[in-house]
Design a protein around this ligand. Structure first.
Ligand code: C2O
Ligand code: CU
Length: 566
């Protein structure tokens, strides 16, 4: 009873605290998430894994633009957890953002935390996932943000909507996969399958029966809301015999792109229209990896598009032909087509006068093994990763808490704006002297309302590879990208400042660069990291602190009373 009263009071206080940021039309929606150990069978084998409400993928959250979603997260399992609302900006409210030891301490077994997902200008598809070690492999789901009631889509209303989450599956416990590769210093074991909405499809043993199917009616158009939740791979996706029309990415609309394939990064979402305009029959939708380097899971997951009506189903379906697994050009070509609508109703607001110019070298590194040549990386060394030569080490209490309560010695506010030494980032055999990483918990502090240009520069240190970089608390405009080293005098001349796509995850091409711009108008503590799970585990991440502004609505809101404690 007392506990219930307490919860009610916290809830009321929380809603009151948030009223300042909510536009008046917002509805409040409430969900209950229970983290449980759940038994699942795939690929002829059984395992126990963490899920929300026993579901894989987890429950889809539905909301409208500008709503407040309250999720009561109960940890009924035996493992720490945090939940992140990927792509939600959480204006002035980093407290519910979720990354473990960046904005909060984990929700420990037997405890609960009420999270507030403050929607603002996002419209389209986002998702939520665990942000604690590797548990996002099984703890994830879609977040569908519909237009406000009186609004419609910037395209003809689809006949139906279909969430599609591409994920992966290990026969073993992902926690063990993680512990093992961190212990050996080598690459993690690759997954055993990819899945579409939790199902591997009929290219894998014991999986045909449960293949994910969508029934379509000839002549109708369907909106697919696709999320790449895969842990370590950018994916190619195709539907046999059909072209698709991309209309959005990362909860922002795009100019329509007609294409026969999609490239999608882990973390990214793509909304596309499918017109059921082929002979009534059954067709595969399929996904497989784009992998520019290293070991990867080379299997193909499938689902089925099944036309309604009377026809003899084909005895076997034909897989669509994919680009080569290492076809960097095909990967880039798709992503480079993304453009904002940039019209009166959906204008762009690209910062033009830049106050902060940053260059972040993102590298896979190696370090001498503590026991000579006994590690699993190249030459018996240990693999790790860095941003501007700093390998992220998570602190023991969250950076947000340390910042808010002015606890010293948790982090250092000196994350460099540039690599400590400029060098030829993409050459063969970069001298170790130029890139030896140091462990650190360093943050880069931005003034409120500063206008930031950040160039991610891939490096070829322990072999170049793509990096899908994700920023919390913001969307950013992707104004340019290219292969090789970024050239500060010539490359900006080719920036797209007219209709660049508004994203929160962008794949930096292998041995290339990507330039993004954003206005630092969301005060708080925001994580920036590679969305390849192995890379962030190796330390490819950093944190921005965006300071409060002077105005009343330019400051971080206070924490909720039930923040988990370390
Ligand atoms: Cu999708 Cu920091 O995460
Ligand atoms: Cu990476």
């Amino acid at each position: 009873m007392v506990a219930k009263m307490k919860a009610l009071i916290f809830h009321v206080i929380g809603v009151i605290l948030l009223c300042g940021v909510l536009p008046s039309h917002a509805a409040v929606r409430r969900y209950k998430f229970e983290l449980r150990n759940t038994s699942y069978t795939r690929l002829c084998a059984n395992k126990t894994m963490l899920t929300i409400n026993g579901q894989f993928p987890g429950p889809t959250i539905y909301a409208r633009k500008g709503d407040l979603v309250i999720v009561d997260v109960y940890n009924l399992a035996d493992h720490n957890i945090t939940i992140h609302w990927h792509g939600v900006k959480q204006p002035r409210y980093p407290w519910s953002d979720g990354p473990e030891y960046i904005t909060q301490c984990p929700i420990t077994p037997g405890t609960n935390f009420t999270q507030r997902i403050v929607l603002s200008d996002e419209e389209g598809t986002l998702w939520w996932h665990a942000h604690s070690e590797w548990s996002r492999a099984t703890v994830l789901g879609a977040l569908v943000i519909l237009p406000q009631k009186r609004d419609d889509y910037p395209f003809a209303k689809p006949h139906a909507e279909v969430p599609i989450i591409i994920g992966d599956w290990w026969k073993s416990d992902v926690q063990q996969v993680m512990e093992e590769f961190l212990r050996t210093g080598g690459d993690p074991n690759v997954s055993d399958a990819y899945v579409i909405n939790g199902q591997p499809g009929d290219q894998y043993p014991c999986s045909g029966q449960d293949t994910f199917k969508v029934t379509v009616e000839y002549g109708k158009t369907y909106l697919f809301r696709m999320v790449n939740a895969v842990m370590n791979n950018i994916m190619f996706f195709k539907i046999a015999n059909h072209n698709i029309t991309v209309v959005g990415s990362d909860a922002s609309y795009t100019k329509p792109i007609n294409s026969d394939y999609i490239t999608i990064s882990p973390g990214q979402t793509i909304d596309f229209l499918l017109e059921a305009n082929q002979n009534p029959s059954q067709y595969y939708m399929a996904a497989r990896a784009y992998a520019s380097a290293g070991n990867f899971d080379n299997t193909t997951t499938t689902g089925i598009i099944e036309y309604a009506g009377n026809y003899t189903p084909p005895s076997s379906l034909i897989l669509p032909t994919f680009p080569q697994f290492n076809d960097t050009q095909a990967s880039i070509r798709f992503t480079n087509q993304l453009r904002s609508l940039a019209n009166e109703r959906y204008p762009v607001d690209v910062p033009l006068n830049i106050t902060d110019t940053l260059l972040f070298a993102i590298s896979i590194n190696t370090r001498t093994c503590p026991i000579d040549n006994q590690c699993g990386g190249p030459n018996g060394d240990r693999l790790l990763a860095s941003v501007n030569n700093i390998t992220l080490v998570l602190p023991k209490v969250s950076i947000l808490q340390a910042y808010y309560k002015r606890i010293s010695e948790i982090y250092e506010a000196d994350f460099p704006d540039n690599p400590p030494f400029p060098y030829n980032y993409t050459q063969n055999n970069v001298p170790g002297l130029l890139w030896t990483p140091e462990n650190g918990t360093d943050v880069n502090v931005l003034e409120y309302n500063s206008t930031v240009e950040l160039v991610f520069q891939g490096t070829n240190i322990a072999g170049g590879v793509d990096h899908p970089m994700h920023l919390h608390g913001y969307s950013f405009y992707v104004v340019g990208s290219g292969l090789g080293n970024f050239n500060r005098s010539s490359d900006p001349l080719n920036y797209n400042l007219v209709d660049p796509p508004l994203m929160e995850t962008i794949a930096v091409p292998r041995n290339g660069w990507t330039a993004i711009r954003f206005r630092a108008d969301n005060p708080g503590v925001w994580f920036l990291h590679c969305h390849f799970e192995r890379h962030v585990s190796w330390g490819m991440g950093m944190t921005f602190i965006v300071k409060n502004g002077k105005g009343r609505n330019e400051r971080m809101l206070p924490p909720p009373p039930d923040m988990p404690k370390c």
